[in-house]
Design a protein around this ligand. Sequence first.
Ligand code: SF4
Length: 359
Amino acid sequence: MTLTHRKDTRPVKVGNLIIGGRDEVIIQSMTTTKTHDVEATVAEINRLEEAGCQVVRIACPDERAANAIPEIKKRINIPLVVDIHFNYKLALKAIEGGADKIRINPGNIGKRDKVEAVVNAAKAKGIPIRIGVNAGSLERHILEKYGYPTADGMVESALHHIQILEELDFHDIVVSLKASDVGLAIEAYEKAAEVIKYPLHLGITESGTLFAGSIKSAAGMGAILSKGIGNTMRISLSADPVEEVKVARELLKTFGLASNAATLISCPTCGRIEIDLIKIANEVEEYISTIKAPIKVAVLGCAVNGPGEAREADIGIAGARGEGLLFRHGEIIRKVPEETMVEELKKEVDKIAQEFLEK
Ligand code: SF4
């Protein structure tokens, strides 16, 4: 499947990455540690990076958190976004401390001079501001106008914050319009994409636990991505944030939007099965999760229809009695004993990934 992804958004620089202006969708997550606990926060960020997280956000609820930013920044490799609510002093401190982007709604900062101070500081450091509209916390005047949270109200809220920044000649903006209601989020992003030229950060908020939240997020963000909308995304789960990154990568792979991740094709199993497929599929999935090449690896329970059905796989294995058949692009290349077939497959995966990376 080739998706025509929207590329006409303004490119915005976040650390060493560009969000928008291209068809890449950047994966983000957010730490769950207390930000002032530098050790724990850095350890979590490093785990997230290893899982494929490209940009990480930390909460900055107080002075202690803001004071930790320079040290955190020094010890991590991926761009750091600092999330601030209302408090302009914390925003200034975050910018000074090395944030690569801040998330704050200018309309919530208060008096004009405070907004200007934050915008000027962001401008001086060349960092963007993300405006985060949330259906659950729309401004009173918008709720009064629409009666309840609507997609039009959310877009109007975003435009209101954008206008404040544009009036100050600030244009390095990213916008999110999150809702926990999937239909509302889809409609809001669709409407926003028509009128907002800035990159959009996708999210379905408060989506739930690992299982339910992944499905809800995939349903909502899948619908949005399928329309070519979205430049960066976070899957929000009540779970270890590493899981958020894994789900995001899987979702992007589905749409052909992850250029640096391997995909597993595994058969649904049936009565013809010759190997312990579920165990093997999980093991291979875990193994390929760190491969940074867009290869397809198949694991099939038997050789009846297997290799032919998984013709698009770069490499794969099909179970046969007491052995495994290694195949490449639908053609069997050799037989391997059952006991070593997973190891053999892993070696082939490494070889093919290396070939891709050297291309
Ligand atoms: Fe059944 Fe074999 Fe197809 Fe798997 S590959 S579903 S075991 S026929």
